[in-house]
Design a protein around this ligand. Structure first.
Ligand code: FES
Length: 161
């Protein structure tokens, strides 16, 4: 049988035990949440954008896409990856350069410029694109991807993330 005084002592102990657990919980959350955030941040973080110089404007010829290969370093989750890409730069009728990916939109083969036919051709399934990347034949469902580009001080840059 418990006396009213003993019940009071037990509930005080329980109160302090609960208080200590609450303090430990707050410290654990204070440490655990930032640690968990640090651990998963590479997954949720978007890669930093980088502008890469790929050519000089003077290298462009009218009606003839310039093929360029470039590489850059990017973060992929916890890894640092060296990416190598190829693109085509051409001058539009108004003089502004556009940069096209060389990756076919059908199944990802590398397209090449066919100078006599004045079109990009895909060797895998016969896809064809005009000089501005629009589909002119074969199975590709979309035009060649256009990369985000800018011109500064006579240099052409593409943006990569
Ligand atoms: S991958 Fe280019 S046409 Fe199929």
């Amino acid at each position: 049988m418990t006396s009213p005084a003993m019940g009071k002592v037990l509930s005080r102990r329980k109160f302090f035990a609960n208080g200590i657990m609450a303090v430990i919980g707050v410290f654990a959350a204070g440490l655990g949440i930032p640690l968990a955030g640090f651990a998963i941040s590479p997954i949720t973080k978007k890669g930093e954008e980088t502008w890469i110089s790929i050519a000089d404007v003077d290298q462009l010829k009218d009606g003839e896409p310039l093929q360029v290969a470039y590489s850059y370093t990017r973060k992929d989750g916890w890894r640092t990856v060296e990416a190598n890409k190829t693109a085509f730069i051409l001058r539009k009728a108004d003089g502004t350069p556009i940069v096209l990916s060389n990756i076919c939109t059908h199944l990802g083969c590398a397209v090449a410029w066919d100078a006599p036919a004045k079109q990009f051709v895909c060797p895998c399934h016969g896809g064809a694109f005009d000089a501005e990347g629009k589909v002119t034949g074969g199975p590709p469902p979309k035009p060649l991807p256009q990369l985000v580009a800018k011109v500064e001080q006579n240099k052409i840059y593409v943006r990569e993330a």
